[in-house]
Write a protein that binds this ligand. Structure first.
Ligand SMILES: C[S@@+](CC[C@H](N)C(=O)[O-])C[C@H]1O[C@@H](n2cnc3c(N)ncnc32)[C@H](O)[C@@H]1O
Length: 309
């Protein structure tokens, strides 16, 4: 049974997502990398749908979430007291210690509606993982075939008393799911914005954070991931010695340049190349048209320090 691919890739009924046939395979897969005596970190733990059964397998689970109401519901459930919780934005909030597995399920990565915050999300996972630890993400795969030219709306639920449609902004790589329902003569309306991502983009985000892809499957029961897959479960592992906070993967020239020039103030942009213009540490030559962006993030105490420091 699939969760995120029912109608909209961005919506599933709560009945489906709480079905043990959905939850148990997820818990099986997460319990593996958590290992004996391991610790697991859930980003956006909600009411403990996954955290509670995982804890019941003997894994110490900690959740980060921003909804106090959901934490209260988690606490009220049997075993809820055993789940540690940090209230905060999971793009940046930290829990105590390190973890053998971190996970973000049920399309929650797309709740972060900018590329920057999604990148922060991966970096925040990496810094909280032990070397060799795994970051597991379950997310839908956008399907451009659902959007013929000129169309921006895709209905995903049309039934008595219920309507659901996704409105796409393709240029902005975003979609808003609109839910309308009528019950006992009363209507309700909910709009949920997402930033959708193809699997290749999180691979790059993981690489920026010092992780590499270990496995990608269509679902929790490890079906092959194919061109027809409407969702994926991906596992990245933290590369030993790397870790998002101080060690972005520097295999690509822009990162080498940005990291290197960050060590010194950028005196000016009048010279033609970064090694002369921005600092002796730079090994990579950046074309003049990129100097503006590189220098803007490079002065000590500015964005570069906050992101890597
Ligand atoms: C779709 S629910 C999934 C809940 C749970 N992971 C599950 O699978 O049942 C998304 C959860 O992420 C939380 N959330 C969304 N954005 C968040 C953010 N930026 N920081 C922390 N929590 C967030 C929501 O409050 C909600 O609990």
């Amino acid at each position: 049974m699939k969760t995120v691919a029912s109608g909209s890739p961005f919506a599933a009924s709560s009945a489906e997502m709480f079905d043990p046939r959905v939850v148990e395979p997820a818990v099986d897969l997460l319990a593996g990398p958590a290992g004996d005596g391991g610790r697991a970190l859930e980003f956006g733990a909600g009411t403990g749908r996954v955290a509670l059964p995982l804890a019941a397998r003997g894994v110490a689970v900690h959740g980060i979430g921003m909804s106090r109401a959901m934490v209260e519901r988690l606490r009220a459930k049997p075993g809820g007291d055993g789940i540690g919780v940090t209230i905060g934005d999971f793009a940046t909030a930290k829990a105590e210690g390190t973890f053998s597995v971190a996970y973000l399920v049920h399309n929650t990565i797309m709740n972060l509606t900018s590329q920057d915050t999604q990148v922060d999300r991966f970096r925040n996972a990496a810094v909280q993982l032990e070397p060799g630890g795994c970051f597991v993400v379950e997310a839908g795969v956008p399907d451009p075939r659902r959007l013929p030219p000129g169309q921006n709306a895709v209905p995903f639920r049309v039934g008595e008393g219920r309507r659901g449609s996704d409105l796409y902004d393709v240029a902005g790589q975003s979609v808003t799911s609109h839910h309308v329902s009528v019950r006992d003569g009363r209507g309700s309306y909910l709009a949920v914005p997402f930033r959708y991502v193809w699997p290749a983009e999180p691979d790059l985000m993981a690489r920026l954070a010092g992780m590499r892809l270990r496995e990608r499957r269509e679902g929790w029961t490890r079906e092959p991931f194919t061109s027809e897959s409407r969702q994926h479960v991906s596992v990245w592992e933290k590369v030993a010695g790397r870790g998002g906070r101080r060690s972005p993967v520097v295999g690509s020239p822009p990162h080498q340049a940005v990291e290197a020039v960050a060590r010194r103030p950028c005196p000016g942009r009048e010279r033609r190349e970064v090694p002369e213009a921005c600092g002796q540490g730079a090994r990579v030559r950046v074309p003049p048209e990129r100097l503006d962006a590189v220098c803007r993030v490079s002065a000590p105490g500015t964005a570069i320090d906050q992101r890597f420091g």
